[in-house]
Design a protein around this ligand. Structure first.
Ligand SMILES: Nc1nc2c(ncn2[C@@H]2O[C@H](COP(=O)(O)OP(=O)(O)OP(=O)(O)O)[C@@H](O)[C@H]2O)c(=O)[nH]1
Ligand SMILES: [Mg+2]
Length: 595
């Protein structure tokens, strides 16, 4: 099944043509029939010569109902553009064409109707050229009459050719069914109708509607009950729950980003070169129309703040129009001038705040640099879950860095460098701690998930016991590694009290084992049988530098909270490294440069 919307100036014969093609009445309201004017959207359908079923969404042409017209055209992928042979191109012909151009509708045909009233040739030529200039380059042009039936057979075949060219919608796509009509049926509750552009809806589905969920109780497709339907289709959905109204959409849960903020690229319409937008506009998408404020960023990119959130994907195209100014009593009290101003292609649905001066320009430059997609989103957002990317409308490219997380490659390698620096700085500042806690690293790097920290760790760094340590106890046999870990834990409590020979023996750490642990960077050798944690020497020197200078062994021993057995060889070790200076048989000092 396919769906085509009508478009064209008021009274040019859209509804008459739909009626002639389908045998159904698109103008359902008594008022419409009395006034000979379409006010509400009309629905009718037929079977084409190929056997394909085609539904029409018949829109009003009167300028006062442009909002309704846009709600009808918005979700539909193709158009039957109607121009009357006896009147030719008129203001709403132009306005509707500009709207189709803004929405990016590229598929359609031109029906020059009322060909029984005037020679259609000049109109076919003029209107055909206008459609082509607006992007409907492959639109066939046909002269027809809804009254005499002239050209209708050919029109049906042309409709067949048109729908055969339409892109095949993805049945696995997330559902966004814009509601264009709501009514109640006694005994079954709320029914909504809309054009399903892609994806699949089935009885029993739970779909997001407004702030809540709505369950699909029953489905109809062209008045026939069905258990499931895939786009493109006209569907009527009987709902339980949810606040249904035109302009809202039934959505696959989690598949869309509900947002009132979007960065968009403007495209000029109607042959305009420049786009100048007032600060307040009305934005149309699907059957929705919302007020919005515009903030220009530069280079044809603007930030839209919508009066209410819309379900958006990157790549959606919104229509921006002047919400209408009253043109004064002379033109009639209810007459408004309506202008479609631009198309707006969505580049980002979670735009970052612009805080600093010049941030808007930088943002515009960033958005114009790369084509929209997962890569561009990651450059802005740096880290995103695959599920977030999908909800933003972009399939993740490449492998996740861990779990469901995707990263911008440049940012990821920068994070790796920052992690190494952070861990090294921590080791220098806390030489006695056996590495930096993963959670602390996560905080410093501002990462949203602890697993990302582990994923960033590269040798010689390693994660053990919730910490990132520099150099794993590699090459040490398992029992020795375990004994060394215990020793390191004891040392982190009293960092300068090297274990006594008896404790080393208990742990099974003889001279060979200790030498291996020193080689592996797990321990620092001070003297035979005296080991401390790596970095303990620097930490000791820092404490000693705070003592009144010079100081004695005994003063050093007290400051370091250790025994003479350790203090003497430790001071000699520091002397050798130039961290302390021996003045005479009794006194030492720290060199002036370290104090
Ligand atoms: N002679 C002739 N009259 C036509 C033809 N098509 C439509 N009309 C007449 O033109 C008038 C308007 O036709 P509609 O089909 O209501 O026009 P519309 O485009 O649907 O109008 P809106 O929905 O209000 O924009 C009616 O009086 C029709 O009878 C045609 O092919 N030949
Ligand atoms: Mg009509």
């Amino acid at each position: 099944m396919q769906v085509v919307a009508t478009a064209g100036h008021v009274d040019h014969g859209k509804s008459t043509l739909v009626r002639a093609l389908t045998g159904m009445e698109p103008d359902r309201l008594a008022e419409e029939r009395r006034r000979g004017l379409t006010i509400e959207l009309g629905y009718a359908w037929t079977t084409l010569p190929s056997g394909e079923r085609l539904a029409f969404v018949d829109v009003p042409g009167h300028e006062r109902f442009l909002g309704t017209t846009l709600a009808g055209v918005g979700p539909v992928p193709a158009v039957m553009f109607v121009v009357a042979a006896d009147e030719g191109w008129m203001p709403q012909s132009q306005e509707h064409l500009v709207a189709l151009e803004a929405l990016g509708v590229r598929h359609g045909l031109l029906a020059v109707t009322r060909a029984d009233l005037a020679d259609p040739t000049p109109v076919v030529e003029e209107a055909g050229a206008r459609l082509a200039a607006a992007g409907l380059t492959r639109a066939e042009a046909l002269a027809v009459s809804g009254h005499t039936g002239q050209g209708l057979g050919e029109l049906r075949r042309a409709l067949d050719r048109l729908v055969a060219r339409l892109p095949e919608p993805d049945p696995g796509a997330p559902v966004r069914l814009w509601i264009d009509r709501v009514f109640s049926v006694r005994g079954s509750g709320t029914v909504v109708t809309g054009t399903l552009p892609a994806g699949r809806v089935a009885v029993g589905d739970e779909l997001v509607l407004g702030d809540g969920l709505a369950r699909v109780r029953a489905l109809e497709c062209l008045k026939e009950p069905v258990t499931s339907v895939t786009g493109v289709a006209r569907v009527a959905v009987n709902l339980r729950g949810g606040a249904a109204e035109r302009g809202r959409a039934l959505l696959t849960p989690g598949a869309w980003t509900m947002t009132d903020l979007a960065d968009v690229r403007l495209s000029p319409v109607g042959g305009a070169r420049e786009i100048s937008l007032p600060g307040r506009l009305s934005a149309h998408l699907g059957s929705a129309a919302v007020g919005c404020a515009v903030r220009p960023l530069g280079d044809g990119v603007v930030r839209l703040r919508l009066a209410r959130p819309l379900p958006l994907h990157v790549g959606d195209v919104l229509l921006l129009r002047d919400p209408g100014r009253a043109t004064g009593k002379s033109a009639g009290a209810d007459r408004t001038e309506v202008r479609v101003l631009a198309g707006a292609s969505v580049l980002d649905v979670r735009p970052p705040p612009l805080r600093r001066r010049g941030a808007a320009r930088l943002r515009a430059a960033e958005l114009t640099k790369a084509p929209p997609g997962a890569g561009a989103l990651l450059r802005t957002h740096r880290l995103l879950r695959g599920a977030d990317l999908l909800a933003m409308g972009c399939a993740p490219e490449g492998e996740p860095v861990c779990g469901d997380w995707h990263a911008d490659p440049g940012h990821w390698s920068l994070l790796g460098e920052r992690l190494a620096e952070t861990v090294a700085r921590h080791a220098a500042e806390h030489p006695l701690e056996p590495g930096m806690p993963v959670e602390a690293v996560r905080n410093v790097l501002g990462l949203p998930d602890r697993r990302l920290v582990a994923a960033l760790v590269r040798p010689p760094l390693a994660v053990t016991g919730g910490r990132i340590v520099s150099g794993p106890p590699r090459g040490l046999p398992e029992p020795v590694a375990r004994a060394v870990s215990r020793l390191r834990a004891e040392l982190s409590a009293r960092p300068f009290l090297a274990p006594e020979a008896g404790r080393l023996a208990e742990l099974g750490l003889g001279p060979r084992e200790l030498a291996a642990a020193v080689r592996a960077g797990m321990l620092l050798r001070i003297a035979d049988g005296i080991v401390l944690l790596p970095g303990a020497d620097v930490a000791a020197a820092r404490l000693l530098a705070r003592l009144p200078q010079p100081f004695t062994v005994s003063q050093a021993r007290q400051a370091l909270d250790t025994s003479r057995r350790v203090a003497v060889p430790l001071l000699e070790h520091l002397d050798r490294d130039g961290l302390t200076e021996r003045l005479d048989g009794v006194n030492r000092r720290c060199p002036a440069s370290t104090r």
